[in-house]
Write a protein that binds this ligand. Structure first.
Ligand SMILES: CC(=O)SCCNC(=O)CCNC(=O)[C@H](O)C(C)(C)COP(=O)(O)OP(=O)(O)OC[C@H]1O[C@@H](n2cnc3c(N)ncnc32)[C@H](O)[C@@H]1OP(=O)(O)O
Length: 452
């Protein structure tokens, strides 16, 4: 009798990229795999989207970057011998970009590989499968050469530091009461009067096209902003009426001035009545503005919807003018979480793609076991114009850091000097940490990233 591993494999058409064994290998995925991807997702996240069928994964999963681990061995007692062996691990990624410090106070957008969909079957957790997937992922990103940095949102904060990621931005969530007075400077308040704001319903091709245009435009001037791939501009907002039940579909506020889109807010109102009083909540999934008057014009609308009591905004920043127009953290119910975790995949390219605040010349020794091509000594030379060169060197290091320190500092929001005590590292030349810290730091705190 053939072993069950062979039986599974014969039925699955032999697409696996390595031999079936107790040491499972990574495999690519195709649309034929949607049912077993869905099965694994349901097991990992114990949450389903009513009305969603496996083929809908086409809208959410980029199969070019998706990889999985297939189980080997016999079907287990109680398990149907289906056409294909079950998947026990999966990850995918999106082609994204993140706005980081440019030279001398400017901003620049760099390509970012956004890891997502990471999951391990509950029977197979804590056996090193995530470790295997992370190496597979990061090595492939490096080999493809499209992105020098990788980013993610962590489901649990303790997972990704060991793979060289550092928490680079914070998600500051604000809760503003209905009718909150937004006390902006007079010039901003006057300019906001010239911004027209109108409401449309998502998702329509016209609505998602306009949203994407405003999303890209506002991200260019928003430190820390992450942009979704053009190919997903519409599918990102797909509506599942069965899943949202009695909730309204997503709505979109679009801001424009002189005929140009300058900002947007994607949101949903949740109706609630208490003691005959309307207490609805406006849940703002994304708010993007290219300038302060646009931000104010959009916020004025959001805090003034009839039949609501409060508005909740995610992915803001401690330096968000909206927070301070509303009176600061106390009246804004601020909650802070880790947002974007960044990892340098191609270190010299990543460090030269962003800009810097001050001239410096430092030899940084980097520790990186997961991406060994990054490990070693690098001379980072920043000129007066805020651009840098980064070359391998054998010179004595001024400081030694784990690669996660550079990921955490990359978006300009976390000083290297504060990261060393938290993540490790050693200063060899007095003042070196301070110099690196100052040149990597941005003028304002970055914003949290969109969910992905
Ligand atoms: C970017 C994203 O998509 S985030 C989504 C992540 N996915 C989830 O949270 C879904 C539910 N959880 C899972 O699927 C799995 O438990 C995972 C993916 C978190 C971990 O997968 P595993 O295969 O168990 O991880 P693996 O065995 O490779 O562990 C690697 C290390 O991470 C540690 N680790 C794993 N999960 C966690 C956790 N939740 N918190 C802290 N440490 C963790 C392990 O202890 C191990 O540590 P060690 O290197 O010191 O021994």
């Amino acid at each position: 009798m053939p072993c069950a591993a062979n039986r599974w494999h014969a039925r699955s058409g032999g697409r696996q990229t390595g031999p079936v064994s107790d040491d499972p290998t990574m495999t690519d995925l195709t649309p034929q795999d949607y049912p077993r991807i869905q099965e694994l997702e349901d097991l990992v996240w114990f949450e389903t989207v009513p009305g969603q069928v496996p083929d809908d994964l086409r809208d959410h999963l980029d199969l070019r970057h998706a990889r999985a681990i297939e189980r080997s061995g016999d079907p287990l007692p109680g398990e149907a011998a289906g056409d294909r062996p079950p998947l026990i691990g999966i990850y995918s990624a999106y082609d994204m970009a993140v706005t980081v410090p440019g030279p001398s106070g400017s901003l620049t957008r760099v390509p970012m590989d956004g890891l997502t969909w990471v999951g391990i079957h509950p029977d197979h957790r804590r056996r090193g499968l995530l470790t295997r997937m992370m190496k597979d992922h990061l090595h492939r990103v490096h080999d493809r050469g499209e992105c020098a940095v990788a980013g993610l949102h962590a489901s649990e904060a303790g997972i990704y530091g060991r793979f060289g990621y550092g928490c680079a931005t914070l998600d500051v969530a604000l809760t503003l009461g209905r009718g909150t007075q937004l006390r902006a400077p007079a010039a901003v308040a006057v300019a906001a009067d010239d911004v027209q704001v109108h409401l449309v319903t998502l998702p329509t091709p016209e609505g998602t096209t306009a949203l994407h245009e405003a999303h890209l435009a506002s991200a260019a001037s928003t430190l820390g902003a992450v942009t979704r791939p053009d190919a997903m501009a519409t599918s990102w907002w797909r509506d599942y009426p069965k899943a949202r039940g009695s909730k309204e579909p997503r709505r979109l506020l679009l801001a424009r001035r002189d005929g140009h889109l300058t900002g947007y807010a994607a949101f949903r109102r949740e109706s609630k009545w208490q003691d005959e009083m309307p207490q609805g909540t406006v849940q703002v999934a994304e708010l993007g503005a290219s300038d302060s008057p646009t931000l104010l014009a959009l916020a004025r609308r959001l805090v003034n919807f009839d039949l609501t009591g409060k508005v909740v905004l995610w992915n803001r920043s401690v330096d968000d003018p909206l927070l301070w127009w509303a009176g600061g953290p106390r009246p804004s119910g601020v909650k802070v979480h880790d947002s974007l975790w960044l990892r340098l995949v191609d270190l010299p390219r990543a460090l030269t793609e962003r800009g810097y605040a001050q001239a410096c010349d430092l030899v940084v020794e980097v520790e990186d076991e997961v991406c060994p091509w990054n490990a070693g000594r690098w001379r980072l030379t920043v000129g007066e114009d805020g651009t840098a060169s980064c070359t391998a060197t054998q010179d004595e290091p001024d400081l030694t850091v784990p690669v996660a320190v550079l990921g955490a500092a990359y978006a300009g929001g976390r000083p290297v000097a504060a990261l060393l005590p938290a993540l490790g590292g050693t200063e060899h030349t007095p003042g070196a940490v301070r110099r690196l810290s100052r040149t990597m730091l941005a003028d304002t705190a970055p914003y949290g990233a969109i969910g992905f």
